[in-house]
Each structure stands twice: as C-alpha cells, then as structure tokens.
Design a protein around this ligand. Structure first.
Ligand SMILES: O=C(O)c1ccc(O)c(O)c1
Ligand SMILES: [Mg+2]
Length: 617
C-alpha cells in the first residue's frame, strides 16, 4: 500500500484563537493546516509569528484562503482586484504559504463569460508565480456564474497556466448533486487541493447549509469517500484537508474537536481504500454494565427487585458482580464517579470481543484514548478505551478457554448480600442486556456516533427526533448486524436542562408482563404510564382487552411494525440510572421510539409530581 496522504484541516473548523487552534491541530496529529484568513486578521500575531508557530508545531501551511470575487470583471475592477491580490501574496510570503484558494465569484459585478474568467485567472496566476505562489480555483456551490466543479475545471483548463489549478471541495460537489466520477477526467497535477466535508442531507439554501451544517466525513449523509477515491484515481497526491463550517464545532473545545476530526479523516481514508488499519473486532455481546455508586443500597434494592443475585466480589477492588441469566452488572464503590451526590451512574460497559488485542489496536489506530489499567498482578488482563462521553468500554472474553476470563477476578459470594430483601433471589426471567442507552452531551453527539461505528465496528441506524415536554432529543441506535450488541445514543435537549445525564440499561426478557408483575410484587418501583396512552394504543392497535388492561396496570408500552412486536417498561430512576425491560417478538429491531415521548413525559411527572390544576381545579 502506498504511503497514506498527508492530513490537513482548515482553521475555520475549530473554535478559539488561531494559536490555540494550531496547538489543537498539531496535538491531534494532523500534518498541516489551511489558514483561514479571518483567523489571521483577528489575531494579535504577525504572519511571521504564525509561520514560526506552525514550524514549531511541525505543521505545514498547505493553503491560505479564501480570496473572493476576483474573476470575470470589467477592467477597472480587475486592476483593483489584482492590487488586492498582490497584498495577499505579500502576506503569504511572510507566512510561508504558497497556495492561495480563489473561490468562484458571488459578486454582481462578475459577468457570465468563461473566456474572460479564464483570461483574468491566467493573469492572476502569472502574478502569483512571480512570488512562487500557485492559485487553486474552487467553485462555490452558490457561485454567481460558476457553481460546479466541472465548470471551474473547464475555466482552469482554458486558462492553461502552470500556476493555476483547481480546488475540489466534496461539499460543493455533492450538495449540487454533481457526479464525482468526472473528477477522473481532470489531470491529477491540476487538482491543486482537495477539501473534504460531509453534511446531513437537508432541503435548504445551499449557502446556509454549507456555512452552518457541514460536518466531518462519516457524520453526515454524503458519500465523501466517492470524490476522494476519484481524486486519487485522477492522480491527486496532495493533502486531504477537512474544511468544516459548523455552528457546534465553532463553540466546542478545539482539542477534542481536532481529535474527532482526524479520526473521521482516518476512517474516510480506510473507507476509500487508501489505508488498511487493524479491522474492527466486532463485538458479539454485552458482557457487563458497570455502575458506580457511593451509597449502593438503593441500587442493591433495585437489582434485587429486578431478580438479580449478587454472585461475586472482586478479589482486589470494591466491586460486586450481580447476575441474572447472561445479564451482568458490576457495582463499583471505589473512588468518586463524577458527582457523588447525584447518585449511582453508569461508568463502563464490557463488550464481548472475539479478539481483545485487535480491538485495542483498532481503537488506538483510531485515536481512542486507552484507559490505563488499574489492576492487581493476578487480575485478568482487561483493556478499555474511553468513549467521547467518558464511558469506559472494556474489551473482554467472558468464557475464553485460552486466557483467563474477567469473571475469574470475582470470588463467589453466598446469598444475595446486604440490602436485599428475602425475595431478591428469585429471578424474574431476565436473559441478557438488550441495549444500553447513553445520553450524550449535545455537542458530542456526532462524534460519539462515529466513534461507536468506526472504533467499535457497530452499524448505525438513521437519526430520529424524539419529542419530550421540554424539547427534541436526537437519537441514534448503533448495533451489530445480529443485534447482539445494541447501543442507543440520545442527546439531551439543552445543556444540563434536566440535571445530570441519566443513562439506562435495557434488559431482555421473554415475557415482560410476567417480569413486571413479579418486580412489582417484590416492591420494585416501575414508572407509571398515563391512561391516555392506553386509550391511544387501543385506537391504533385493537389489542385484546385483557392484554391492554395488563399493559396499563403495569405501565408496559407497546409497539409493532412489519417485522414484529415490542413490549417494554421502565423502572423509576435511581441516581443517574434507570432500567428498562424489553421483550422483542418476531423480528422487531427497533427501540419503541414512538413511545419515547410518553416515557420522557412520565419520567418528568414522576420526578416533579403532577402539576396543580388550573383555575377551575
Ligand atoms: O463559505 C464560503 O465562503 C467558503 C469559503 C471557502 C471555501 O473553501 C468554501 O468551501 C466555502
Ligand atoms: Mg472549500
């Protein structure tokens, strides 16, 4: 395999002052940058200082941009535009940058005349060449007369100057619906630069779309690997550069955005067949979920009511293993997981992995932070990486014959242990963990989704918007093809609007009604669901009245699609976690998204009580 291309990113993609952006870009591991002119203009550092800073950080300055509204203008304006260009060439010489991006004109002064555009760009390239500078002409998707990449290339071809080439930008190409195949008819050495950006598929004005909603490749709906593949086939050997205008990234922390960005570029190169990092070791099951709690009594009570039994105690850490069927929950009382007062929290998940070493190699290749091992010498080796939200993901083999499994670190304990009532030892029919739902900080949602796909090897469903009383919650499910591992990512409606992030663990059972009844009998608190929901359910599905009554009595929700049926209910929240019981019938693959609004509202009511009546109360 040939050497991987150099990686680059436009400074406009990150938040903060220019020097901090440069540090974040270098620290993440990029090779170079595109300096966005505004970042330079707004900062206190001279071009020479920025040049030095980049050199110190080991970053090449691959491009200076943008130069706007140059071509196809009347003579007097041309003279002024050339003067403007000369001033920018001087800045670029001080910066040590030798490639200038010129975007197609949006000015009303520009005329629709390709020959004139070519002639004037030729003149510009001639002036640039005298400074050792080259010009990359890019079609903006909203350019006044030039808005497609093939049109920009025809003008460059016509101008026929060695210091003039084209800049391809995947956003402009794909947002216009252009066929990227045509890239292969451009000689590789005339593609001076390649910018890569994705975007969610939306029907909106293309300029607004580009300036606010671009995202890193793999986080939107475009096939960004397409233009990349064609450019490489055309013979392009320059840097692959991310250029992402995005309202969220503009205000998120630059350091973590830069890592997210580079991960996306590494995944894109792999997808385009340019690199071959260690393949993901696709997990085969959820081995455990780990909960941290200072005061474990409420959780022990809940687990007991859910039919879990404490089966083991870790030999070197304050961790208990609770189990029912193949569902395993670790209860960890060590240290403090974030805010202790906020109560128990989900801190880690264990993924059953056929090849933990490869899973770690994959994670490292994709810039996932490997969590330092804190284990006693005799503990089984257990590797973990941190997901973007801080959840630790362990790679394990529970029943491996060739290496000690993680469960050997636990010694068996007799009986259910303190905090569990006498009925807590009867299982209720829970078989395994069906899925784990993780609430994401609003600005990390796309990063988290790409992480779970690219690093862990899960497949992503489309995003859904779920309505709750105080906003819309984006949601995206990720799963293995066989559904053995499912992770649902949900976004909170506003930063910390509802207090701490509450995660949940969904437990699979073959009979949710029977399980819910037993849980309630032993004092487990289930989330009440309003009667209105069951009126609507009856209207929509004509369920058997006896079944409907049982669902209503226990707060069991229902969904149905072409593939099968889904029944689920929820416990009340303990600290920062709650549990869901789910029963999948037939080939139902979803998560009851239709019911999420009712569940979120019911949780709100449960937390805050039923609002007082109005005037007629
Ligand atoms: O939105 C813009 O104006 C703009 C500027 C420079 C680019 O390279 C680009 O793709 C868009
Ligand atoms: Mg661009």
């Amino acid at each position: 395999m040939p050497r991987p291309p150099r990686t680059s990113i436009a400074t406009v993609s990150l938040s903060g002052p220019l020097t901090e952006k440069l540090t974040a870009i270098a620290t993440a591991g990029f090779d170079g940058v595109e300096i966005f002119e505004n970042d330079l203009l707004a900062g206190p550092h001279s071009p020479e200082e920025i040049r030095l800073r980049c050199a110190d950080l080991g970053l090449s300055i691959d491009l200076y941009q943008p130069f706007r509204d140059f071509e196809a203008v009347p003579a007097d304006l041309l003279a002024r535009n050339l003067r403007r260009a000369e001033r920018k060439f001087a800045v670029m010489e001080r910066l040590g940058a030798d490639l200038l991006l010129v975007c197609s004109s949006v000015s009303p002064a520009a005329v629709d005349d390709d020959a004139l555009a070519a002639e004037q760009l030729r003149l510009l390239a001639d002036r640039a060449e005298a400074h050792g500078i080259r010009i990359a002409y890019e079609a903006l998707a909203w350019g006044r007369h030039v808005s497609t990449y093939d049109h920009a290339w025809r003008i460059v071809e016509q101008a026929d100057h060695p210091a003039l080439g084209t800049c391809l930008d995947s956003f402009h190409i794909l947002s216009r619906g252009s066929d990227p195949q045509g890239i292969e008819s451009i000689p590789g050495e005339k593609i001076f630069f390649l910018q890569l950006a994705d975007a969610p598929l939306m029907a909106m004005d293309v300029l607004q779309w580009s300036r606010h909603y671009r995202c890193f490749p793999g986080q939107g709906g475009f096939d960004v690997a397409g233009p990349l593949r064609h450019a490489v086939r055309a013979g392009y050997t320059g840097p692959l550069s991310l250029e992402v205008f995005n309202d969220v990234f503009r205000q998120s922390e630059a350091a973590s955005t830069a890592v997210d960005a580079l991960r996306s570029l590494l995944l894109l190169q792999e997808k385009a067949g340019l690199t071959a990092p260690p393949a993901p070791a696709v997990p085969t099951g959820i081995a455990f979920a780990e909960l941290h709690a200072a005061d474990t009594d409420p959780l022990r009570g809940m687990l007991g009511a859910l039919g879990f039994t404490r089966t083991g105690r870790h030999t070197s850490k304050p961790v208990e293993l609770w189990q029912q069927g193949e569902a395993r929950i670790l209860l960890n009382t060590a240290g403090t997981a974030g805010d202790r007062r906020a109560g128990p929290a989900l801190t880690a998940i264990g993924l059953e992995t056929p090849d933990p070493d490869r899973a770690v190699a994959r994670a490292e290749a994709m810039l996932a932070p490997v969590v330092p091992r804190r284990r006693a010498p005799k503990d089984a080796p257990l590797d973990a990486v941190a997901a973007p939200d801080g959840t630790e993901v362990f790679f394990c083999r529970t029943d491996a014959l060739d290496r000690p499994g993680w469960t050997t670190d636990f010694t068996a304990v007799p009986g259910p242990g303190p905090g569990v009532g006498p009925v807590g030892i009867e299982p209720v029919g829970i078989e395994r963990i069906d899925h784990i739902a993780l609430i994401q900080p609003w600005h990390q949602f796309d990063e988290a989704a790409l992480f779970h796909q690219g690093v862990l090897g899960l497949d992503a469903d489309d995003s859904l918007d779920l309505a709750d009383p105080y906003g819309l919650r984006r949601s995206k499910a990720l799963a293995t093809a066989d559904g053995a591992v499912r992770i649902a990512l949900n976004i909170a409606p506003a930063p910390d609007a509802e207090g701490p992030r509450v995660q949940h663990i969904a437990l699979a059972t073959g009979d949710v009604v029977a399980a819910a009844r037993r849980i309630r009998e032993r004092g487990g608190a289930l989330l009440p669901i309003p009667a209105n929901y069951y009126d609507d359910l009856d209207a929509r599905h004509e369920l058997d009245p006896g079944v409907l009554a049982a669902l209503a009595e226990l707060g069991v929700l229902y969904d149905r699609d072409e593939a099968g049926e889904f029944l689920h209910c929820y416990t009340v929240t303990v600290g920062r976690v709650f549990f869901e019981l789910v029963q999948r019938i037939g080939g139902y693959q979803g998560y009851g998204a239709l019911n999420a609004g009712v569940r979120l509202a019911a949780q709100h009511t449960h937390r805050h009580g039923v609002p007082a009546h109005g005037p007629r109360g």
